[in-house]
Design a protein around this ligand. Structure first.
Ligand code: GCO
Ligand code: MG
Length: 402
């Protein structure tokens, strides 16, 4: 069997997505997600100009060898563009293998470890009352776990809060907009949010919160302590994670569990965090961290150190990644939770899929391969639409982490 063609499909059904489609001489094809929010076209070019030409004629069944060829063979290793491109190829190859062997991908990864994949959804509000309503709505939809984010009094814009009262979507059309930030105001406000959620909804719902890389270790330690009475499932991205050592200080001061890793792209980004047990959940994904093949290694390594997975699953990860994530989540023993942010109807129509939701859990379905496709004709109706993530400044104008 040989790869005969590789195609990169760029579309924007509600937001931008990059998809690779690999075709073979036996008529079977596989698809993979290559979306890197706000930097989409760089991955498209990496694939079209440098990766696809090297794949033509290769046997798609040798997934690990192709992975090594694209990683070691490129000499320039790691980085979000490279690892997203490798991930896209890797997903497509697992999809092809499943279709050829007529079995869902989770079966190829060792079979099912659980009945379904517990997901958490997002409750985002402009203030505490609005967030409380949103938490209630998501519990009514059947979710067992909800992430809560809230506007901060005196801060005009913040991460996770929809501007127009609609659904939150981090990327914005045109060039990057500028958001504002006050750590002091945030730290005063966030414990009140979770106090109110527990008062209204009781002890049972699993509650999560994303600090979105905006604190220093000692500030994160304080937030973790202040949130302890409300028993969070996790506090996410407390600090920017380039300095892995920084997590030790947080760890020493709080029992609030820590999750990190949505921007990581290699096992080496998390090596110390995992080995020194400085975190509880690793949020790397099959998309930005080199595909299913690399994530298998991350999960196995994390398993040794009591670290569970909690993969990123925002709207900028296409339904192809959602499918790959669900097959992967089903097959590993140290699965913790999976993020789920609903795609728009247009997105779901462009990417028909076998996965489904019921009472807080997702199920990958039993279609051969990943169980997801792309409707190319429909995709062509939604051309690329430039969009960026915002940048962030402190109240005095200093550029800050977004
Ligand atoms: C999350 C994330 C996202 C990211 C977005 C960036 O926890 O879901 O923080 O909201 O900001 O995916 O592209
Ligand atoms: Mg996050």
């Amino acid at each position: 069997m040989k790869i005969t063609k590789g195609k990169v499909i760029v579309c924007s059904p509600g937001r931008n997505f990059i998809t690779i489609k690999l075709e073979t001489d036996e008529g079977v094809y596989g698809i993979g997600d290559a979306t890197l929010n706000g930097r989409e076209l760089s991955v498209a070019s990496y694939l079209e100009d440098h990766v696809i030409p090297c794949l033509i004629g290769k046997d798609p069944s040798n997934i690990e060898d192709i992975w090594q060829y694209l990683y070691r063979g490129a000499y320039w290793r790691r980085g979000p563009v490279t690892m997203t491109a490798i991930a896209a190829v890797d997903m497509a190859l697992w999809d092809i293998k499943g279709k050829v062997l007529n079995t869902p991908v989770y079966n190829l990864l060792g079979g099912k470890c659980r009945k379904g994949v517990m997901v958490y959804s997002h409750a985002n509000g402009k203030d505490i009352e609005h967030t409380l309503d949103e938490v209630g709505k998501h519990l009514d939809m059947g979710y067992k776990a909800v992430r809560a984010q809230c506007g901060i009094p005196g801060v005009p814009t913040t991460y996770g809060v929809p501007k127009d009262g609609g659904k939150y979507e981090p990327a914005e059309k045109g060039l990057p907009s500028e958001h504002a930030w006050s750590t002091e105001k945030y730290m005063r406000h966030v414990p009140e949010l979770f106090k109110r959620i527990r008062e209204v909804y009781g002890d049972e719902p699993l509650l999560l919160h994303d600090c979105h890389h905006r604190l220093t270790p000692i500030e994160a330690a304080r937030v973790g302590r202040d949130l302890e009475p409300y028993r969070l499932f996790w506090m996410e991205d407390p600090v920017p994670a380039e300095l892995q050592e920084g997590f030790r200080l947080i760890r020493e001061h709080t029992t609030t569990p820590i999750a990190v890793g949505e921007v990581f792209n290699s096992i080496y980004d998390a090596e110390r965090l995992i080995k020194e047990q400085l975190i509880d959940y690793i949020r790397m994904t099959t998309l930005h961290a080199g595909g299913i093949s690399h994530m298998k290694k991350v999960a196995s390594f994390a398993e040794l150190y009591h670290v569970q997975t909690g993969s990123h699953g925002a709207t900028d990860l296409s339904p192809v990644t959602m499918a790959a994530a669900l097959h992967f989540d089903m097959s590993i023993t140290n699965f913790g939770i999976q993020e789920h942010m609903a795609h728009t109807d247009e997105t779901d129509e462009v990417f028909p899929h076998a996965y489904s939701f019921n009472e807080g859990y997702f199920y990958p379905g039993d279609e051969p391969g990943l169980g997801v496709d792309i409707d190319e004709k429909l995709a062509a109706k939604y051309p690329y639409d430039p969009a960026y993530l915002p940048v962030n400044r402190k109240e005095d104008g200093t550029l800050f982490h977004w």
